[in-house]
Design a protein. Structure first.
Lengths: 106, 228
């Protein structure tokens, strides 16, 4: 199981811009490298990260080769209501990871 | 007046002028190390914590605070690195494997901020490590000291030369895209010098690690660190 970490403020004021940081453990193999014997190492990367806030998509990213291993993605959204943020990473070779974080909006 | 021009002998760095590799890094890389929640080494720490529980280490050990700050140390008459001691019950954990690095990082993390202390009883090993550090070797005929004692702070291929204080191992190196041990770093340097590539656990490298820890005595542990 892939290891992922998200950092969401536990509490925010209504209308406040909040920063969300996500970290996913993944080798992000580009598909351009070769072994010492000259064989191509197949591509193995995360293709996308989607974040939903109470079911509404607030952020989506497409990832490509040549991004570093263990990608850290940081983005902002507006705290509108208390609830749950859900994160889903998907990638090559059936890679999939999900994580949830709750936020209290006052 | 008589001028005596001796060979350029590496002078040891005065204790007050020692700097951790952290101080040679860019602001961005420092921020990665300082980020305790989403820093790149966090994933390894989480793995290590899980393994600690899975392997039942807690059956004997409560806190590992300060342990990493005093290794390599003499264990049963043999100089032993932290990695070697961590696998004492689980020799199937290979050097440089993800599992061993994670466990070692988990142990080392608990010494963060503590001063490095070296067992002076291992004096002969410190001397052997020092001799290795100052010995020219490899096709480039280089000694470690020529870069890390004599030319620290200058640039090598655009990168600052640090003083080689092992304050943060095992650490996340951006170049490696992962966590690695000090032995991996040694082997990188040996490759660069085109010297004999010593295997993991080689006594020469253990002595060298001890000498470097002695050289960094009193400095603060920052494992698992981040380096460029």
């Amino acid at each position: 199981m892939a290891r992922v970490v998200v950092n969401v403020p536990a509490e925010a004021k209504k209308g406040e811009v909040i920063e969300i940081r996500t970290l996913a453990g993944h080798p992000m193999e580009t598909g351009f490298r070769r072994t010492q014997l000259g064989e191509l190492i197949p591509r193995d990367i995360i293709r996308s990260l989607v974040c939903t806030y109470n079911g509404v998509e607030v952020f989506r990213a497409e990832l490509h080769p040549a991004m570093a291993a263990n990608p850290l993605l940081s983005f902002t959204t507006v705290a509108t209501e208390s609830g749950t943020l859900e994160f889903r990473w998907t990638g090559d070779n059936g890679f999939s990871a999900t994580e949830k974080a709750s936020i209290k909006v006052v | 007046m008589l001028l005596v021009l001796g060979p350029a002998v590496a002078a040891e760095i005065p204790l007050s002028e020692r700097k951790s590799g952290y101080e040679f890094m860019s602001r961005e890389t420092r921020a990665m190390q300082d980020d305790e929640i989403t820093g790149p080494a966090v994933l390894t720490l989480l793995d290590g914590e899980a393994l600690w529980g899975k392997l039942g280490c807690a059956a004997c050990h409560t806190s590992m605070k300060g342990v990493a700050a005093r290794y390599p140390a003499m264990v049963g008459g043999k100089l032993t690195t932290l990695e070697q001691q961590v696998r004492h019950r689980n020799p199937e954990l290979a050097y440089e494997s993800r599992e061993l690095l994670a466990l070692t990082a988990h142990v080392a993390r608990q010494s963060r901020g503590m001063a490095i202390e070296v067992d002076e009883k291992a004096k002969s090993h410190i001397e052997a490590g020092k001799a290795f550090f100052h010995r020219r070797q490899g096709q480039l005929n280089l000694a470690c000291a020529q870069c890390h004692d004599d030319n620290w702070g200058k640039k090598l291929a655009g990168t600052p030369i640090p003083q080689a204080h092992p304050t943060g191992y095992p650490l996340y190196r951006l170049e490696w895209q992962g966590v690695g041990s000090i032995t991996r770093r040694f082997r990188n340097c040996l490759t660069g010098m085109r010297a004999e590539l010593l295997p993991h656990g080689a006594p020469e490298l253990v002595d060298l690690e001890l000498y470097l820890m002695w050289r960094a005595r009193g400095m603060k542990m920052e494992a698992p660190a981040v380096r460029p």
